[in-house]
Design a protein around this ligand. Structure first.
Ligand code: NAD
Ligand code: UDP
Length: 309
């Protein structure tokens, strides 16, 4: 197949390019390099079935493709809050441009949505049927509401124009190729520990997240895209739930060194807890479930960051 991956030079996008490339597909990676890096896809450049397009998803594009994976959007809070209006445009206009193209060329189109659509959840763990608890006017809203609007657009194109859609709601995912300056918690803690700096736990560190290793997530992406039982949304993530203090301690155990844990202010609207209900994914994605426990995934990720910092 010919496949377009927007945001293909980012953390998740580059792993998706690897997976699809290993399956023999022709790939077009579209990226504006806001948070993505050429080094993530350097090994694919110059191979016969891989093309790179430096382009912004908010501007229309045309490619004759069979499938589109729409991943373009900064994912880390410091990066998506850097230019919040651009973040909304990326989510909303990026979705419209992908859906318009999918409609024209009859491609199947996949949206990388997020557990952020659940906001600070009042239901725990979160099933896809939960509508969420999102502040529409806060610092995180450009991302949360942008992604929620993208889901709306996907369903409206599906209902009105019969566009063949798939939507995944991704819970916190980590692994090699995260940008050392990304600002998300796993990369922050590992980079801080490797540099001998103190680990910055925001707030009391009792807030929880569920961390999925990148290989498990990408396997779920491709399964979701290529099945016909559901268009989604489907949660993908690892149901193991950890407090940020537990994560900091795990990282310190594995990296060693003299770093201590220090506390800094909790960002506004920081969700208190998050854990995916993955019943739907297990049912529709051929028994998919995460295989890599946090301890093992951290080992691979730390090994990667040792080459970067
Ligand atoms: P990332 O920041 O590493 O990757 C995003 C990619 O999109 C980068 O290559 C960036 O340069 C590109 N991009 C950003 N704005 C663009 C634009 N306007 N035009 C073209 N390219 C643009 O983040 P990631 O973790 O790889 O996330 C990929 C996708 O998955 C995002 O849509 C994100 O919202 C979603 N997601 C990720 C997680 C996670 O835990 N990693 C969780 C939920 C959702
Ligand atoms: N966090 C932290 N220290 C950091 C970065 C993040 O304690 O250096 C916390 C953050 O406040 C949040 C959790 O870790 O509670 C996950 O943050 P991240 O930015 O990775 O993703 P989120 O799930 O909030 O989008």
């Amino acid at each position: 197949m010919r496949i377009l991956i927007t945001g293909g030079a980012g953390f998740l996008g580059s792993h998706l390019c690897d997976k699809l490339s290993s399956q023999g597909h022709d790939l077009i990676c579209l990226d504006n390099f806001f948070t993505g890096r050429k080094q993530n896809i350097a090994h694919l450049l110059g191979t016969p079935r891989f093309e790179l397009a430096r382009h912004d998803v908010i501007d229309p594009f045309k490619f004759e493709v069979d499938q589109i994976y729409n991943l373009a959007c900064p994912a880390s809070p410091p990066h998506y809050q850097y230019n919040p209006i651009k973040t909304v445009k990326t989510s909303v206009m990026g979705a419209i441009n992908c859906l318009g193209l999918a409609k024209r060329v009859k491609a199947r189109v996949f949206q990388a949505s997020t557990s952020e659509v659940y906001g600070d959840p009042t239901v725990h763990p979160q099933p896809e049927s939960y509508w969420g608890n999102v502040n529409p006017i806060g610092r995180r809203s450009c991302y949360d509401e942008g992604k929620r609007c993208a889901e709306t657009l996907f369903f409206d194109y599906h209902r009105e124009n019969k566009v063949d859609i798939r939507i995944v709601r991704i819970f916190n995912t980590y692994g090699p190729r995260m940008n050392p300056d990304d600002g998300r918690v796993v990369s922050n803690f590992i980079v801080q520990a490797l540099r001998g700096e103190d680990l910055t736990v925001y707030g009391d560190g009792q807030q929880t997240r569920s961390f999925c290793y990148v290989d498990d997530l990408i396997d779920g992406f491709v399964r979701l895209m290529n099945q016909t039982a559901t268009v989604g949304p489907v949660n993908l993530g690892n149901p193991g739930e950890f407090t940020m203090l537990q994560l900091a301690e795990l990282v310190l155990q594995q990296v060693g060194g003299k770093s201590k844990i220090i506390h800094q202010a909790l960002p506004a609207d920081d969700p208190r807890q998050r854990r995916p209900d993955i019943t739907l994914a297990k049912k529709h994605l051929g028994g998919w479930e995460p295989r890599v426990p946090l301890e093992e995934g951290l080992k691979h990720t730390i090994a990667y960051f040792k080459t970067q910092v």
